[in-house]
Design a protein around this ligand. Sequence first.
Ligand code: KPL
Length: 307
Amino acid sequence: MMPTHWILGPGAIGRLLAHSLSPISAITLLGRRALPARQMLTTPEGKQRVVPLNSLTTAQLASTPPEPPAFLHVTTKAMMAESALAGITGCMPLSTPLVLWQNGFLAQPRITQAWPGPVLCATTTEGAYLTGDDGVVHAGRGHTFIGDLYNQHGELAEELAQTLTLAGLTATAVGDIRQRLWQKLAVNAAINPLVALAGVRNGELRGEAHAGRVVAVVKEVAAIMMAEGILPPNNGQGEEAWFTLVWQVVESTANNKASMLQDVEAKRPTERGAILGPLIESAERHGLGFEVLQGLDDDLAEVEASF
Ligand code: KPL
């Protein structure tokens, strides 16, 4: 029998997962709204594939829950993860393994603490975006790292990494997922709020108008990372290693509209709570400076209030 994967949150990563896993597993895509049964995937090579994907609204799931899944992937935005999960907990055993795909470091520790079953976290560089209710573009291949915050579920992480790799999403099980989540959060904090507030693509951060602000953010972030015991990236040393990584990502994603800018443009709440929130909370706890981060959070809150 094929293993069953439920995917809660039919955004870009959720639908990419559903398309990729569907040839080798029984998938159910879960969301608040019904989706067209026929869904199109555009591959990184530009090929288009239309396939029927099994999707259910969370209300339908509650009325006739199918067989429990081997994994429940939570692919909502960070601030929706807990409420979305709470909405379907009656539909499966509490021992079901979860896989959290959120940015930042807000949903992961909270759900890991609250959920009785195993909780894996995933961080991915797969690039994907939606083209409507029935289409997702797999814009660029990346790599996914899987692990749990307390290193208790190595075998399960390995099993899932193998499944994802077989599905065409190259994945590795790791014992340092907490480090990797914080490292990604550091990069997101240095890029996302600034481009979202200025309304510019990532590459513009290199210009005179913005570069000084990037430096100010990275200085605060690097000190917080050190206090949290997060190693500087790529075996580098101190602040310099963080600057190198951030400028590398700015360069390699120069033409991107960052996810937070897309949220602001669509007048959706941003992920500031999951990205800036844990940094500010950590800085407060360790008695470190966070004026620049707080300024960004306040400015984003003001933008969100105007939606
Ligand atoms: O991950 C990203 C995002 O848009 O959220 C970055 C790294 C900023 C690339 O756009």
